[in-house]
Design a protein around this ligand. Structure first.
Ligand code: TMP
Length: 208
């Protein structure tokens, strides 16, 4: 007898570098699992062996802006085909640290690639696939930059961008959220980690 599953939820977390995404992402995955949900936690760029190799290149290797956008989508294609879609079809939830909205924000607003060009790639790589819920950790780029200055490790190629770059990225995220308020949930990430998680937990409860 064939077993049919209902499709799992596709949840993404977005925000500029320094927004505290890693901590909140881990808390989100843990909270969903505590509710008994079967969660696949993954990230972009990355999530597959090829994607992780491309991630290393993207974060470390100088390259043209268009090469960067194409590599991001190449990694995404592999991720969607081999991990995201199969998991959703099995009925698992996929919680992804960044997805195509990051490309619209970083390569689009940050680096100036026209939105329709990026959208055409998105339509090719994942037709019909869009997150069910996107949690945006929002804070001013200047505050994020102060936080990043406190980090002990060397900044990667993206983290070395200017405050102006991150403010453009932030504003594009906010525009995307305003365009689709039913999908997006904007969380004030300038609060303490505990307060941020409390807001995220409340939104999650309403969504589930
Ligand atoms: P992370 O530090 O949040 O894991 O993300 C790695 C970097 O990759 C981050 O600076 C944002 C950048 N990025 C893009 O520029 N475009 C994309 O589409 C994605 C997924 C990430």
């Amino acid at each position: 007898m064939k077993t049919t599953h209902s499709r799992g939820l596709f949840i993404t977390v977005e925000g500029i570098d320094g927004a505290g995404k890693s901590t909140q992402f881990a808390a989100l995955v843990q909270a969903l699992r505590a509710r008994g949900r079967d969660v696949v936690a993954t990230r972009e760029p990355g999530g597959t062996p090829l994607g992780e190799t491309l991630r290393e290149l993207l974060l470390g290797q100088p390259m043209s802006i268009s090469t960067e956008a194409l590599l991001v989508f190449a990694a995404r294609q592999e991720h969607v085909l081999t991990l995201i879609e199969p998991a959703l079809l099995r009925g698992q939830d996929v919680v992804c640290d960044r997805f195509t909205d990051a490309t619209l924000a970083y390569q689009g607003a940050g680096k100036g690639i026209p939105r329709d060009r990026l959208q055409a790639l998105a339509d090719w790589v994942h037709p019909g696939l869009e997150p069910d819920l996107t949690l945006l950790l929002d804070l001013p780029a200047e505050v994020a930059a102060q936080r990043m200055r406190l980090q002990q490790r060397e900044p990667d190629r993206f983290e070395r961008e200017s405050v102006g770059f991150f403010e453009r990225v932030r504003q594009r995220y906010l525009e995307l959220a305003a365009e689709q308020p039913a999908r997006w949930c904007v969380v004030d990430a300038s609060q303490t980690p505990e307060e941020v998680w409390e807001s995220m937990r409340n939104h999650l409860s309403q969504f589930l």
